[in-house]
Write a protein that binds this ligand. Structure first.
Ligand code: NAP
Ligand code: MG
Length: 490
């Protein structure tokens, strides 16, 4: 299988030897059907679409395009499995299956990591060290709850909801599938899940793994397709619970479609997190945190620290150190273990990021972008930041979903807090300071679901995650995430 040429871009004047992860050990079929009722089946209308490697623009596989008739089949299979097997099974038995998925995912971690990087463009270091281990950790965590639901919600008689329809985005394909499937199954629900159009492969691999794990047919169904397939799931009358992660625009549409109905739902939407650096922070660590916050996974992160607020007295130092550090980041082959910034997920996303770079300059911002060569083929964006932007700038207000940071300064604590909260979003935030008291005041004042202190982008299955305002409805992860898949009676 071809990988991106090892034309790693460096500007530090020296180069690492290429260190690509091998792809010999992975198997990607040339074509995938829909995983319905325990088998891969042809889509009713016989339509397929390509999934490509964004680092090479080459086709990796052809994937079935599910229409409403296929979604209907999947929901019916999930209903049957729910009523006849999964909701009746002893909870400890359900737990065993979920533990098995977790263990098999660990055993096949290298294969999943390589496929995640091939299909989505993220650096192998991240898929290997973050995405796949965290996905397994979610299955382990929720497997443990399966037979302890009464202890999780004492006196509340927890019961499953039924069939969960789940729609996920392309930035953490396997991890988002795990976030959705693990708590649903532990609570006794069955699932119809749609991965994003550009990153279906690890979800399909997970379907194979679930079949290998011997789960009863129909408990998990994976249907691939585009936005229409997603809305067919959301609107299907046989679905009891909708779990969606994606953009705020689509989330609003889904909320409208569900309004007045009886389906319960959780929506995990966009973000525009503030990373706030006080003058008393450990500056070098803060710079690493800023880099991790916005350049991690090419900035394709809903909770990315895409707005930086830095206290005026250290602003020049932070900006200088940041621009030096940015020059050392390696942009290139996602499968290379030295790569810091992989490929942008799709041509569409790259065009969107480029538009924002133009918008920021047109609004009067100064654009600083790393130099260095980029591979000839594929979708790439050098890391960048804007200074000289204001609160009303579009690059400050809107989610870019790319490696582009907007920097502003502040003088006082209150000014930082007010500016940070001045956004329609409220998913996450970060604060860098030497003083615990400032951390506590900031975490109380920030309207954000997660606030990291002297670190950024840390995730754990035991910790709830979700947003305020236009960043969504409900929480995933931890007990909150389990609650979202249960009816709690008295
Ligand atoms: P998106 O366009 O909203 O798509 C998300 C998923 O919804 C995809 O599977 C998509 O299918 C599907 N979809 C599109 N239109 C739909 C419709 N009308 N009804 C039902 N489903 C529909 O978002 P994206 O651009 O892929 O993902 C990036 C966004 O996700 C960002 O805004 C990011 O902040 C957000 N995100 C949030 C979280 C969180 O936890 N809060 C986590 C990750 C990402 P196709 O891919 O086939 O179009
Ligand atoms: Mg792809």
């Amino acid at each position: 299988m071809a990988t991106a040429e090892n034309t790693l871009a460096f500007s530090g004047g020296w180069e690492y030897a290429p260190a690509p992860e091998s792809t010999d050990h992975i198997e990607v079929a040339s074509r995938y059907g829909l995983f319905i009722d325990g088998d891969f089946v042809r889509p009713e209308k016989g339509r397929y679409f390509d999934t490509i490697n964004p680092a090479t623009e080459e086709r990796l596989s052809r994937v079935a395009l599910a229409g409403p008739e296929d979604v209907d089949k999947a929901v019916k299979a999930a209903r049957k499995a729910y009523s006849s097997v999964w909701s009746r099974m002893k909870p400890a038995e359900r737990g065993k299956y979920i533990f098995r998925i977790a263990r098999m995912l660990q055993e096949r971690a290298r294969e999943f990591a390589a496929i995640e990087s091939l299909d989505g463009g993220k650096p192998i270091r991240e898929s290997r060290d973050i995405d796949i281990p965290l996905a397994a950790a979610h299955f382990f965590y929720y497997a443990g709850w399966a037979d302890k639901l009464e202890y999780a919600f004492p006196g509340r008689r927890p019961r499953p909801l039924g069939v969960a329809g789940q729609v996920i985005p392309w930035n953490f394909p396997l991890l988002m599938a795990a976030w959705k499937i693990a708590p649903a199954l532990a609570a006794g629900n069955t699932v119809v899940l749609k991965p994003a159009e550009t990153t279906p492969l690890t979800a399909l691999k997970l379907a194979e793994l679930i079949a290998d794990a011997g789960l009863p047919p129909g408990v998990v169904n994976i249907v691939t397709g585009a936005g229409d397939t997603g809305s067919a799931i959301v609107e299907h009358p046989g679905v009891n619970k909708v779990a969606f992660t994606g953009s705020t625009a689509v989330g609003k549409r889904i909320q409208k479609a569900l309004a007045g109905g009886r389906k319960s739902y959780t929506l995990e939407l966009g973000g525009k997190a503030a990373n706030i650096v006080f003058a008393d922070a450990a500056i070098d660590q803060a710079v690493e945190g800023i880099v991790n916050g916005i350049f991690f996974n090419q900035g394709h992160v809903c909770c990315a620290g895409s707005r930086l607020f830095v206290q005026e007295s250290v602003a020049d130092e932070v900006v200088e150190k940041l621009s030096q550090r940015m020059e050392t980041l390696i942009v290139g082959d996602p499968l290379d273990k030295n790569t810091d910034i992989g490929a942008i997920n799709s041509k569409m996303q790259l065009d969107k990021i480029r538009d924002y770079l133009k918008v920021g300059e047109a609004e009067g911002g100064s654009l600083h972008q790393a130099s260095g060569k980029l591979p000839r083929k594929g979708y790439w964006c050098r890391p960048a930041f804007f200074t000289g932007v204001s609160q009303s700038s579009r690059v400050v207000q809107e989610e870019i979903f790319g490696p582009v940071l907007a920097i502003q300064t502040f003088r006082t604590f209150d000014e930082a807090l007010e500016k940070a909260n001045n956004t329609p979003y409220g998913l996450s935030g970060g604060v860098w300071t030497d003083k615990g008291a400032k951390i506590f005041r900031m975490t109380q004042g920030l309207k954000a679901g997660v606030v990291w202190a002297n670190t950024f982008n840390k995730f754990d299955p035991t910790s709830p995650f979700g947003g305020y305002k236009e960043s969504g409805v409900g929480r995933e992860g931890g007990l909150h995430g389990l609650d979202a898949y249960l009816r709690l009676g008295e």
